[in-house]
Design a protein around this ligand. Structure first.
Ligand SMILES: *Cc1c(COP(=O)(O)O)cnc(C)c1O
Length: 377
């Protein structure tokens, strides 16, 4: 079986982990954590990085430090991981959904503008507090028009750059946009710590608040007296040790991802029944965090069937995200009633991704291509 993801751990991971064990520094108090925070922050041109336990809680912390709460609204793409909507809903706020662009699979910026201005017309300028921008699969969201809208209407921006470490938008690093941004270091991400995440910001006050929230809001002088309620979202020194070793190789990883993606495109582009990721837009070169495929209308079956057939040939796959407005859990909460987003509904049924991990070999890519050619003749 070719797994859908296998990370590459062939740098200094073991060496730095051994250092943790030899020195006894295994908790979040160890020295690798702040080194990792500084390394990631420097890489995405941010002043502060606050390491946390995973990318999902990074979003929760980001929403909390921006003061988003009960009755507020946050614009998010409907086509994304549930972590985005969960962070908004857990804060007592309401996600306002936007459909996807059929080519990049990112939030459609034209539709975002229409939705935002419509919400403002109906409810005034007070409800919508933030736009959560999520870069999906390989190409960044077109940031410029969103930054303009945010400035015009005084709306904050949370940038979920979990899939986009090492990617740039018009030459500027993903993870450097808006008021606050987040990363994930799950094993399929461009840098992994096993589990892990980070909140990034240039704002000193937000960073300080985030550090406090991450650490149960312990106080410096009277440690066990709490003025506010926080979480234990800390990252361990062991995780950060792996992260530093990974970060040392980020440029190699990014080059490898791009090469893999281009190779897939080269050998799959003769299959007429599928849409492949776009290699470049006028603002970025695809980083192929995962290599997505969308079945064209003429193919008489859905992604589920193709994935089943590929599985029988030993090829691991994953379905695309399932839209937020079609999630049973949110329907039960009476959210998104009667809402419909046709592009997201189409790509979630017709899309899936093939093995895209950093440990993938050229031979495996050829096997995957052969299997796809057999399944999709
Ligand atoms: C992976 C991912 C997350 C969640 O990160 P975890 O570390 O798995 O909690 C959030 N947003 C996006 C876009 C992701 O790809």
């Amino acid at each position: 079986m070719i797994p859908v993801n296998e990370p590459l751990l062939n740098g200094n991971e073991k060496k730095y982990l051994a250092e943790c064990i030899d020195t006894g520094w295994i908790s979040s108090e160890g020295p690798f954590v702040s080194r990792f925070e500084q390394g990631i922050a420097a890489r995405v041109s941010r002043k502060h990085g606050i390491a946390v336990s995973n990318g999902s809680v990074a979003l929760e912390a980001a929403v909390a430090v921006l003061g988003i709460g009960k009755g507020d609204e946050v614009i998010i793409p409907t086509f994304t991981i549930i972590s985005c909507a969960a962070a908004v809903i857990r804060a007592g706020a309401i996600p306002v959904l936007v459909d996807s662009d059929p080519i990049t699979w990112n939030m459609d910026v034209e539709k975002l503008k229409i939705k935002l201005e419509d919400e403002i017309d109906r409810k005034g300028n007070k409800k919508i507090k933030a736009i959560m921008v999520v870069h999906i699969y390989g190409l960044p969201v077109d940031m410029e028009p969103i930054l303009e809208l945010a400035e015009k209407y005084h709306i904050m921006i949370i940038e979920d750059a979990a899939e986009m470490l090492g990617q740039t938008y018009k030459g500027q690093p993903c993870g450097s946009f808006g008021d606050i941004s987040t990363m994930s270091f799950y094993p399929n991400k461009n840098v992994t710590t096993g589990e892990g995440g980070m909140v990034l910001t240039d704002d000193d006050a937000l960073a300080e608040k985030c550090r406090s929230l991450r650490n149960l809001c312990f106080q410096a002088k009277k440690r066990f007296i709490h003025e506010e309620l926080g979480w234990n979202f800390r990252m361990t020194n062991l995780q950060a040790a792996i992260g530093i070793a990974q970060l040392e190789q980020l440029d190699v990883f990014v080059t490898k991802k791009r090469k893999m993606g281009q190779k897939y495109t080269e050998i799959l582009s003769d299959i007429k029944s599928i849409d492949l990721p776009v290699q470049r837009t006028d603002y970025a070169e695809n980083i192929y965090w995962v290599y997505g495929i969308v079945l064209k209308d003429k193919l008489p079956f859905d992604a589920e069937e193709v994935m089943k057939r590929l599985g029988e040939k030993g090829i691991g796959t994953r379905p695309f995200f399932w839209p937020m407005h079609e999630q049973p859990v949110f329907r039960k909460m009476a959210l998104f009633k009667k809402e419909s987003y046709p592009v997201a509904e189409m790509i979630s049924r017709r899309g899936f991704y093939i093995p895209s991990g950093l440990a993938l070999t050229e031979d495996q890519i050829n096997d995957i291509s052969n299997a796809l050619h057999e399944v999709l003749v």
